[in-house]
Design a protein around this ligand. Structure first.
Ligand SMILES: Nc1nc2c(ncn2[C@@H]2O[C@H](COP(=O)(O)OP(=O)(O)OP(=O)(O)O)[C@@H](O)[C@H]2O)c(=O)[nH]1
Ligand SMILES: [Mg+2]
Ligand SMILES: [Zn+2]
Length: 368
């Protein structure tokens, strides 16, 4: 983005002074590797004295807000980024949570992001036409809060499973948060929690919340301790921003009503925004609701999210067994022996077949 564009967009951005709950430098801590990478970058830079280590804590319409040890400032990308973008997709463009080398020339109040420092973890989804094209949703993230609302029919298990696969692929801990508990009966809620439990097994935390009654807030707080960064993920209208506002204790983030007809949101949140929760809690990134989470190239995540199924499939007679009708299928045998939950297998099969189709259509040389 050139200076003129930057000025035009900049004028429409929220004023820095008016922003609340922005994490401080000490809330987001770089790793030792990131510090070392920054030192190495400075050592080779022409103007090392102008370089600052910073964290991207907001993206408003793609426009970064960076926090350094000294201050908070808007930043633009160095000219080189536009070229990298064309060659490699947007993998190297700064995402929320990224640690960057920021150049601040004397007398300027806008920084220039010169380099994105190596990421500890990357939470990303496929976007575009080719296998490699990915959108980084959050960098250096420790946990993903997978949100699904209660009280609008059955919780979407497929959607939760997809989110689990993406989180597993990036090495972040998935935590399921069922919001809007005030909208359903005790019986319905128990049923939904049991279904979710069956899907995710005992190793994933499930928290039931209501921003209307305050239920479950301590449960969420316990999942996002100080020093950690989480991202909140879910469809528009799921109550993500409302939950964060409730945890913050005031309306820092914009929220919007859902459609009565189908409970769908209106894509109220448009920026990616990190907020520091009060007290001994960490940082959470609010993000726009995502309509889709296509599974393209998440073989590793699928294997990590469904380890017992992948393990059992090693015993199947056919390498490409789909665990549906083939003879000598160890996975179906394990289901019949009560060792694998049938519900998990059903969800796994849906995701695996989607991934086989996408892998073949996008890149015919790659087989699952
Ligand atoms: N009854 C009830 N309504 C809630 C609760 N949490 C959120 N809502 C309502 O759900 C609607 C959507 O909430 P938001 O927080 O804007 O949803 P979001 O997930 O941030 O949506 P996007 O920003 O569009 O992705 C609003 O009308 C909220 O008041 C809750 O716990 N109980
Ligand atoms: Mg929102
Ligand atoms: Zn099989």
């Amino acid at each position: 983005m050139g200076q003129a564009d930057a000025a035009r967009v900049g004028a429409a951005l929220p004023k820095i002074d008016a922003l609340e709950d922005v994490p401080a430098f000490t809330d987001v801590r770089p790793s030792d590797e990131q510090r070392a990478a920054f030192e190495a970058f400075c050592a080779a830079a022409e103007t090392p004295g102008e370089m600052h280590l910073g964290c991207v804590v907001r993206l408003d319409r793609g426009f970064p807000l960076v926090v350094t040890a000294e201050r908070m400032l808007r930043a633009e990308h160095a000219v080189g980024f536009a070229k990298q973008d064309k060659e490699k997709g947007d993998g190297l463009l700064p995402a929320v949570g990224d640690w960057v080398a920021l150049r601040l020339a004397p007398g300027h109040d806008m920084g220039v992001i010169e380099r994105v420092l190596p990421r500890r973890t990357v939470f990303e989804r496929w976007r575009g036409k080719n296998r490699g094209e990915r959108q980084v949703l959050c960098a250096n993230v420790d946990a993903i809060l997978v949100v699904q609302p209660l009280g609008a029919g059955e919780v979407l298990l497929g959607r939760i499973a997809r989110s689990l696969v993406l989180a597993a692929d990036c090495g972040a801990e998935p935590i399921v948060v069922l919001t809007k508990a005030d909208r359903c009966s005790e019986e319905e809620r128990e049923g939904e929690v049991a279904r979710v439990r069956r899907l995710v097994g005992g190793g994933v935390r499930v928290v039931v919340t209501s921003s209307a009654t305050g239920e479950g807030l301590d449960g969420v707080r316990a999942c996002v301790p100080a020093g950690t960064c989480s991202m909140i993920l879910g469809e528009s209208g799921a109550g993500k921003s409302t939950l964060l506002n409730t945890l913050l204790g005031h309306d820092a983030l914009e929220t919007g009503a859902v459609r009565a007809r189908d409970d769908a949101g209106r894509h109220t949140t448009v920026a990616r925004v990190m907020v520091k929760l009060p007290g001994s809690c960490g940082v959470v990134t609010d993000a726009p609701g995502l309509r889709s989470l296509p599974l393209v190239g998440h073989e590793r995540g699928l294997a990590r999210a469904f380890p017992e199924i992948v393990e059992a499939s090693r015993g199947c007679r056919f390498n490409d067994c789909t665990h549906t009708h083939e003879p000598g299928c160890s996975v179906r045998a394990a289901v019949e022996a009560g060792e694998i939950d049938e519900l998990r297998l059903e969800v796994f099969k849906g995701l695996a077949s989607e991934m086989r189709v996408s892998a073949q259509s996008l890149d015919p040389d790659i087989h699952l």
